[in-house]
Write a protein that binds this ligand. Structure first.
Ligand SMILES: [Zn+2]
Length: 264
C-alpha cells in the first residue's frame, strides 16, 4: 500500500519535471523506473537522496543560463534530460537498488551514495565551472583551453565538485547510518565521489569523443553545431559523455562499496 503510494508520488514528480522541461518523455519514464527500484530498495531515504541530486542539479543548470547559451551551442536548446542521460547519472544507483533487493548488504548502500555523489560532483563541476572567469586548465594537454571542454578543470569547478559530492555524502550518511558509521560513510563516499569526478575529467579529456565546428571553430561534444555537421577531432567512436559519466559513477560507487565491505 505504502509502496503503491510511492509509485504514484513518483509518477507525479516525473510528470512535473517533464512539464517543466527538466526531462524528455523517455527521460521521464526511465526516471520513474529508476525511482521505483531505488524506493523499493532504500525506502523514502533513497527517494530523498535521488530527489536532492535531481533538484540541485536542475537548479544549477538554470543558473547563469544566458551566459551558458553564449558559451555552448547556439543551435541546441535544452529539452531536458533524456533516458541516456538519466542512466548515465543514475544507472549505478539503479544497479545498487537491484543488488540490495537481491542481497541486502551495506555494500550496495555505499555504492548508491557514492555513485550519486560522483554524479553530483560531475554535474556541479560542469554547470558551475563553465561560468568560471579565467580559462580552465586541461589536465592532459597541460595548457589553457576554452571553457566547457571535457578534460578541463578550474578552481571554481573543482570547488563545485567537492561541494556537490559533500552534499550527497553528508545527506546519505545521515539518512542511512548511525554513530561512527555516519562518519565513515560520509568520508568514504565524499572521497569516492570527488576522486571519481577527477577520473571522469581524465577519461573525458582523453578517450571521449570530441568534435570541432567548422563554422565557429569551437570544440564541442555534439554531432552538429551552428547548423552544420561537426568534424571528429578526438576520442573513440563508442565513448560519449554518457558512457564516461556511467563508468566514473560506477567506479566511484564500487570503490566506496568495496571499502565498506572491507570495514564491515
Ligand atoms: Zn559552431
Amino acid at each position: 500500500m505504502v509502496f503503491a503510494f510511492f509509485m504514484v508520488v513518483l509518477g507525479l514528480f516525473v510528470a512535473i519535471a517533464y512539464k517543466l522541461r527538466m526531462l524528455t518523455l523517455d527521460g521521464a519514464f526511465s526516471s520513474w523506473g529508476l525511482g521505483v527500484v531505488v524506493c523499493a530498495a532504500f525506502g523514502y531515504q533513497g527517494f530523498g537522496l535521488l530527489l536532492l541530486f535531481f533538484i540541485s542539479s536542475s537548479l544549477l543548470s538554470k543558473w547563469g543560463k544566458e551566459k551558458k547559451k553564449e558559451l555552448r551551442t547556439l543551435s541546441v536548446e535544452s529539452k531536458g534530460r533524456n533516458a541516456g542521460q538519466v542512466f548515465a547519472n543514475g544507472g549505478a544507483a539503479f544497479l545498487a537498488g537491484g543488488g540490495y533487493l537481491l542481497f541486502p548488504h551495506p555494500f550496495w548502500l555505499a555504492l548508491f551514495i557514492a555513485s550519486l555523489a560522483e554524479a553530483a560532483a560531475d554535474t556541479w563541476a560542469s554547470e558551475v565551472g563553465v561560468l568560471s572567469k579565467g580559462e580552465p586548465y586541461h589536465i592532459l594537454r597541460r595548457s589553457r583551453v576554452e571553457r566547457g571542454i571535457s578534460g578541463a578543470v578550474s578552481p571554481l569547478g573543482l570547488t563545485a565538485a567537492a561541494l556537490g559530492s559533500l552534499l550527497i555524502s553528508v545527506t546519505g550518511a545521515l539518512l542511512f547510518f548511525e554513530s561512527r558509521w555516519t562518519i565513515y560513510v560520509l568520508f568514504l563516499t565524499f572521497l569516492a565521489g570527488f576522486l571519481g569526478n577527477v577520473l571522469d575529467t581524465i577519461i573525458g579529456g582523453s578517450v571521449q569523443l570530441g568534435f570541432r565546428c567548422s563554422i565557429c571553430g569551437s570544440e564541442v561534444e555534439e554531432h552538429t553545431h551552428c547548423g552544420v555537421p561537426t568534424e571528429q577531432i578526438k576520442g573513440w567512436s563508442s565513448v560519449n559523455n554518457n558512457t564516461v559519466n556511467f563508468i566514473s559513477s560506477m567506479l566511484a560507487g564500487l570503490a566506496a562499496g568495496v571499502m565498506m565491505f572491507w570495514l564491515q
